[in-house]
Structure formats: C-alpha cells, structure tokens
Design a protein around this ligand. Sequence first.
Ligand SMILES: [Zn+2]
Length: 303
Amino acid sequence: MKTLVSVATVLIALTANVHAKLNVVATTPDLAAIARDIGGDKLEHTKLTRPTEDPHFVDAKPSFIVKLNKADALIHGGAELEAAWLRPLLEGARNAKIVSASKGDVRCCDGVKMMEVPTTLDRSKGDIHAAGNPHYLMDPENAKIVAHHIADAFGQLDSANREFYLANANKFITALDAKLAGWQAQLAPFKGQHIVAYHNSWIYFAERFGLKIDLFLEPKPGIPPSPAHLASIIAKMKEENARVIIVDPYLNRKTAETVARSTGATVVDAAQFPGGVKGTEGGYLALMDYLVNSLAKALGEKK
Ligand SMILES: [Zn+2]
C-alpha cells in the first residue's frame, strides 16, 4: 500500500510538472511583449518595469526578489541596461536557474552588433551607457535576434513545446518583415534629417531608417540638461534645421517644450516600450507602427 501511495505521489508530481507553465520574468516591457508572442499560453510571465519607467533607474521593490526567486527564466537586455538595479536583486533572489550562463539566463544582447561601445570606460563622467548603447531593440532587425534567443531558451527549458516556441518566433519574424518595408518607405522621404532626442535611446532606430538622431538634450546619457548645454543644442538645431524633438514618457517634457518654443520644433511623445504611449499596448509591432507614424507625421508637417 505504501508503495502504491508513493507511485501515485510521483505520478501526480510528474503530471503537475508536464502541465506546469514556464515561469518567466522579463526585465522590461518590450522583452515581455516578445516573450508573450513566443510563449503564448505556455507561460506564466511578469515584467519588472513599467513601460513609462526609465529602464536605467528602476525603483527595485522587494517583490522583485520574490518574482526572481521563483523564475524558470530571466529575460534581460544585458549590455548594462539594467546593471544598476538588477544585480543586487539577483543576489537576493538566490535562484540557480537564472544565474549567469545557466539555461534560464536569457541575455538578449548576445549576437547584437552593439553601437557606441566606448573605447575607454570612465564612469566618473556619469555616462550610463558603459557597455555601448543598450537601446538596441529600437532596430526591428535586432528584435529578430531577441526572438530567436527567447524561443531557443524556452525550447531548452520546456522541450515538449519546442516546436510551438520556434513556430511562434517565426510567425513574429514574418510579421515584422512584412511591416519593415512599409516602415522604411514611410521614413524614406526624410533620409538624413537631423532629429533631437532627450536621451540617446534612438541610435539603432536612426541607423535602420536613415535618420540622424544625433542631438540630445542630455549632455551625456543620464545627466540632466544644463542651461548652457540647451543653448548649444538650440544653436545646433537652427544650423542643422532639426525640427523634431523626441521625448520618452519618463523624461522632462517641459524642457523639450522650452527648446521647441525657441526653435519652432515639434515635440513627439515616443517610447521604447509597448504601452509607454497610448496606442502601443498591443506589443512590439504596435510600438514600431506608432513610432514610424508619429515621426513621419511630425517630419512631414515640418518639411
Ligand atoms: Zn540609455
């Protein structure tokens, strides 16, 4: 009888395991959205940051440690995007499944061609892009690399559903490719135009679409604008005929508005994360649709 009970217990445990969903934690909402597209109903997933929150400066709550402690996989951007706040949380979580180089450690920047990698590292200057510019997901081509990483990791952690994850990654990539040509056509008339951004999170987007998003209200990533710096930006904007200023939801829109008043520029509310601005809640493709549409509209009006 005792043996029967043990066998039954083992069977119940195995059955539970077969049907258990993958417990996935994504650091940011863009990674969470792609993970959701790939994992569908096989996931129990959560994200640590809100789409209107600065990914560099996150208010790390004790509840994050609990989430990380239970996770089968941690999907993170890497390239120091989350460096300041994620490391202590991982130490607190003590979860061997997601420690560096484990199966559940999904470091999405692997294989991405990083831009603006500094030749010398001097953190004393306050630059928070210490491993190069970490906002690589603003290039849709890099979203494909991320989709592959996520599908591979899910397939390894849950081999029974491997084909499901790969098929969904392919579906995501096909949908993205179908959109990409349209996005490029929409922005093609503005090739080479200078655009201002508050924070330097747009270099990959600019490179993909032939724009020059190369003037920043921040003197360095993470350093607030000073009056002297803003005066020099206003002068450069006039010189380069830059007529659009991009602002993320967590940055100071009023500063951008002041600069816009002095230069006749338009402020465009943009976001790196689905849900960061209204109409982008649907996911990565909806976000890109919004960004391309709103930039094309603002640049078209100012031509
Ligand atoms: Zn940044």
